[in-house]
Design a protein around this ligand. Structure first.
Ligand code: GLN
Length: 240
């Protein structure tokens, strides 16, 4: 039986706007295909073990501060996990900590773990609303979700965006880009939660995790995504 192991990083601190829905979607889409889904919560003080897939949600600056201290202790381990091909998905506050740092309005810089070459600084305006992104690696091309952040994220070097904003502000409201990707590390501002309305992205990530675990591309049985894609299509291009 195929299997993927998922490490959920600090869900008691970073889990805003239903981000747990991403883990539930990954679990369902594995179980519906007969793929074993091993799930481990990693909370403050826990040692982070090796997994095929790591997920981290979003949260307010205070919770990010606590998680930044914890995550930084495992920076080298997680960068090594990135380099062997483990999949990471970070949402908003979690995404910000995938970069080098997050500089909130008040207080000291929060150190990130540099999984991707990016940094975030607090902006004056809070970006709240629907987002549609056009990617060049998914079918359908679009990703939809909801953003609520004041942080402005800037990508550098080999870190590329998930796609171009059709609706919404994305990383910083200036460069019309949303999210970031380096190797199998993905970050995005899309809450919602993201994966239930973007089943094609969920499957893309599952396939990457299986490829890393088994060393070869594994095709996934097709699921009936009529409802999921109806939800997706109802939001494409919609600001309100
Ligand atoms: N505190 C961060 C910001 O406001 C992240 C917020 C979030 O995770 N939704 O930018």
């Amino acid at each position: 039986m195929l299997k993927i192991s998922v490490g959920h990083l600090y869900p008691k601190l970073l889990n805003l706007y239903g981000d747990m829905g991403n883990v539930i979607t990954l679990e369902r889409r594995c179980v519906w295909r007969g793929i074993e889904f091993e799930y481990n919560e990693i909370n403050s003080g826990d040692k982070i073990g090796r997994h095929d897939f790591y997920f981290i949600g979003g949260g307010q600056d205070k919770q990010q501060q606590d998680v930044s201290v914890e995550l930084y202790k495992s920076k080298q381990f997680l960068c090594d996990e990135r380099d062997r091909g483990a999949v990471f998905l970070g949402i908003c506050g979690g995404y910000q900590l995938f970069g080098h740092y997050y500089q909130p309005f008040d207080g000291d810089k929060l150190l990130g773990i540099s999984l991707m070459d990016a940094y975030t600084v607090a902006g004056k305006k809070r970006f709240i609303g629907n987002v549609t992104v056009e990617t060049d690696f998914l079918t359908p091309k679009t990703l939809v979700g909801f953003e609520n952040h004041s942080g402005l994220t800037y990508l550098q070097g080999e870190t590329k965006p998930l796609g171009r904003n059709i609706v919404g502000n994305g990383n910083n409201g200036r460069d019309f880009e949303e999210g970031g990707r380096f190797k199998n590390v993905f970050g995005t501002y899309l809450h919602g939660s993201l994966l239930p309305k973007n089943p094609h992205f969920a499957d893309y990530l599952i396939k990457l995790a299986l490829k890393t675990r088994y060393g070869e591309g594994i095709e996934l049985n097709k699921l009936d995504d009529e409802i999921e894609l109806k939800a997706h299509n109802s939001l494409v291009g919609k600001a309100y």
